[in-house]
Design a protein around this ligand. Structure first.
Ligand code: PAF
Length: 286
């Protein structure tokens, strides 16, 4: 079956209602497009667990902070259709901004879904103030529009995944969140739509992000558990041209910062390479 592109909420709801009446299950993969193999793996997972796979392609303005790359974020719907179809997606939902936020003049007029402050005053939430309010709001809207049985999210955006799992639990949203592994290029760079911005030289520098995380993981596996020492090893492995935003250690289940790795721990970083903001993480097991 070839992928169908739907731009309107009413039309999408009608199609999904018909599938649901036939007893079919639906999996959603929310994306902002510019699809790469990481997205493809989410779509393949969705296709393997549900009868119908919907991928949303929507560059969500309310999750970009002032001065971020909303205007230049790559919009590549034609290419995205090919990736989605090859991964077994049945429907691409590609609404306009007006379809998602009709008549909205300023985003402060919108009813928002906001995660707890203490879970956003760390890592990406600390520098991207309001970002996760925008993410949770659009994901809630997508859940209400599509009413999926499953929704697949990648572990690269590990804070996003944690907050969405919590949101679904806290708000009793009837969807199963399916976490999917982070996908890397052969050199180790985590796949991201923003990798498109990197020059060849910057791409080489960016490889030191995963190198630093792998060095931390190796040291932890060798028995070093103090995050201060692990942090220093990370710094040593970063290229001097990397502008580090954060390198943090948080408990896998609670997202609370840890000084010692005693339970499964996420080691996550965000950094700029030539102005391009990249994120990556590894899970430290004990
Ligand atoms: O991870 C993303 O691409 C976005 O944050 C999401 C979940 C599609 C919401 O816009």
């Amino acid at each position: 079956m070839s992928v169908v592109v739907v731009n309107e909420i009413i039309a999408l709801r009608k199609i999904i209602k018909e599938y649901k009446m036939q007893g079919k299950t639906v999996a959603l993969v929310p994306t902002m497009g510019c699809l790469h193999d990481g997205h493809k793996s989410l779509m393949q997972k969705a296709h393997s667990i549900a009868d119908i796979t919907v991928a949303s392609v929507f560059v969500n303005p309310i999750q970009f902070c002032p001065g971020e790359d909303y205007d230049k974020y790559p919009r590549t719907l034609e290419a995205d259709k090919i990736v989605a179809e090859s991964a077994g997606v049945d429907i691409i939902f590609a609404p306009s901004v007006n379809e998602m936020y009709p008549g909205l003049e300023k985003f402060s007029d919108l009813t928002m879904v906001a995660p707890p402050y203490e879970l956003t005053d760390i890592m990406c939430g600390k520098s991207r103030v309001g970002h996760f309010d925008g993410v949770e709001t659009v994901v809630t809207k997508l859940f209400n529009i599509v009413q999926p049985d499953f929704a697949c999210f990648g572990m690269k955006d590990i804070q996003q995944l944690f907050l969405i799992k919590k949101m679904v639990k806290d708000l009793n949203i009837p969807v199963e969140i399916v976490p999917c592994p982070l996908v890397r290029e052969s050199g180790g760079l985590a796949l991201s739509s923003r990798n498109k911005y990197l020059t060849d030289e910057q791409r080489k520098i960016a490889l030191s992000l995963s190198k630093a995380l792998f060095a931390i993981r190796d040291l932890c596996n060798a028995g070093v558990r103090e995050t201060k020492k692990l942090f220093d090893t990370g710094l040593t492995n970063l290229d001097k041209n990397v502008e580090l935003e954060y390198l943090e250690f948080v408990n896998y289940d609670t997202f609370k910062p840890v000084d010692t790795v005693e339970q499964p721990t996420i080691c996550a970083l965000a950094a700029r390479v030539g102005g391009v903001r990249l994120i990556d993480n590894v899970v430290l097991e004990v």
